[in-house]
Design a protein around this ligand. Structure first.
Ligand SMILES: [Zn+2]
Length: 339
């Protein structure tokens, strides 16, 4: 419950989609209620290349403009692209994700396809477009400053003048593109896998949130160390961290799995992980914590369906062994889950 994710016996009253009361009760059913997750960094478009068996470096696979994923995206029909993204959105929904922030390739039409994919039973969404797509979306998502020349300043100035959020991939394979990203006063950074201590200090002082995607970093070979991304150092410096899953083509957009990975590999505490898994909701101007007055963005887990009923610590179980088949859904996604 609340910002501290305290375990309590309560019933929650929802009125018109908003938490109108939280009342302590003595007897509760075998159901846990906890905040839905926000996946703060996805590339839903590359669902079309799911688990493609392609060796290669990061740049050969995902770097614009001619990485494998960009070639496959160009070759796919709009309908295929929309259906593929819809399938990933439904997959996220079933694993407790109620919102996402996506870096969408493909210009204006790319943004429109994602809006169409998310139209039927929409999750909370923030779309960072590029190649002109930023004009019709929530923000501008820059792949890395190293992919641009002098034209980048103009692109960012125009997006900012139009009230768009500015986000960068930065520090993914080394620290060299972090300074240039910071020079543009970004609203959000993604990765910071190799951010230096000085850069972390700057990021913390500027209050810039960072989305970390550790499973993607390992999968793409940009880290093989529990020190990168420097999660403990960023937390200690006061950087606000969100969890993301990055490219759907390599990594399932499952935030529960990302929490478990961070717990095992990096030894991150359960409460920190739950905060990182939910706080990205503020990108969509929502607050997923269970507090009176917030929109009802919680999910339910039926402990009678699994060994979870023997758990001695609810948050430890949630961050380390959440099984989507035990979830009973949310008010936001009820219709989608009962199609
Ligand atoms: Zn990314």
């Amino acid at each position: 419950m609340g910002d501290a994710f305290e375990e309590q016996n309560v019933q929650i009253v929802v009125t018109n989609g908003e938490i109108s009361a939280i009342e302590e009760i003595s007897h509760v059913p075998d159901v846990w209620i906890f905040p839905g997750f926000f996946n703060a960094h996805t590339h839903l478009g590359d669902t079309i290349a799911l688990d493609i068996d392609a060796p290669g470096t990061l740049s050969e696979l995902v770097a614009p403009p001619d990485g494998l994923k960009h070639r496959l995206l160009r070759e796919s029909s709009p309908d295929t692209c929309v259906e593929a993204m819809q399938a990933s959105i439904q997959t996220m929904t079933k694993s407790g994700v109620l919102g996402f922030a996506d870096f969408r390739e493909g210009g204006i039409s790319g943004v429109k396809y994602l809006e169409k994919a998310n139209a039927e039973c929409p999750l909370d969404s923030v779309i960072f477009g590029r190649d002109g797509g930023e004009a019709v979306s929530d923000g501008l998502g820059i792949s890395s400053t190293r992919h641009y020349g002098k034209e980048l300043s103009g692109i960012i100035d125009t997006a900012r003048a139009n009230g768009k959020k500015i986000a960068f991939h930065a520090g993914e394979k080394d620290s060299k593109d972090v300074e240039t990203a910071l020079s543009f006063d970004p609203d959000m950074l993604v990765h910071c896998t190799h951010a230096t201590s000085a850069q972390i200090r700057t990021i913390a002082d500027a209050g810039i949130p960072v989305v970390i995607c550790p499973r993607s970093n390992w999968r793409l070979g940009v880290t093989s160390s529990r020190h990168n991304p420097p999660i403990h150092e960023m937390l200690a410096a006061g950087v606000e961290l969100f969890l993301g899953t990055d490219n759907v083509m390599f990594v399932q957009p499952d935030i529960a799995a990302e929490m478990a990975f961070c717990h095992y590999v990096y030894g991150i505490d359960a409460i920190d992980l739950l905060r990182m898994a939910t706080a990205g909701s503020r990108l969509a101007e929502k607050d997923y914590t269970i507090n009176k007055g917030n929109d009802a963005r919680f999910i339910r887990l039926n402990t009678a369906r699994s060994n979870a009923k023997y758990s001695k610590c609810m948050v430890n179980t949630i961050i380390s062994r959440l099984n989507p088949s035990d979830l009973e859904g949310s008010l936001l996604t009820y219709n989608l889950q009962h199609l």
